[in-house]
Design a protein. Structure first.
Length: 144
């Protein structure tokens, strides 16, 4: 992903478009994304997480995290921003990916374990254990 912009014609006078992080993208015309790492820095409540979640949704990922083919929902809380984003890709668009969302990774791991246990899926295993056998912090450390 090389850049993101808000589609022309989007109703930008309402939430989530009024959040400072999103407003900055609108005012700049687009947000260029470095091929290595792009950091979003700002105060709490400025829309950083909302923007990252919307990027994931616009790229085809589950808003709670996971891969593009792994779908589940515990409670829909995502904004409509993902539907209004326009993504520009590099020379090639990756065929696979993963959206690691710290706030809901435990839910993703639990759903993956349950699907693997009885749903015919592969199930999720982290460092040789089912993720539900670990705390949130232990899961994040094991993934690193």
């Amino acid at each position: 992903m090389r850049s993101v912009s808000v589609a022309q014609g989007a109703d930008t006078g309402r939430y989530p478009f009024t959040l400072p992080a999103v407003r900055s993208v609108i005012q700049a015309g687009c947000l260029e994304l470095n091929p290595g790492v792009t950091l979003l820095v700002g105060d709490n409540g400025t829309g950083k997480s909302t923007l990252v979640e919307a990027l994931a949704v616009a790229a085809g990922f589950n808003p709670e995290g996971g891969s593009q083919s792994f779908r589940f929902a515990t409670r829909a809380t995502e904004s409509s921003l993902g539907d209004a984003l326009v993504l520009r890709w590099g020379h090639t668009k990756p065929r696979t990916g993963y959206f690691l969302r710290a706030e809901s990774f435990y839910n993703v791991a639990t759903a993956g374990s349950e699907q693997g246990a009885g749903g015919g899926g592969l199930g999720f295993w982290v460092a040789g254990e089912r993720p539900t056998a670990r705390s949130d912090n232990d899961l994040h450390v094991a993934l690193a």
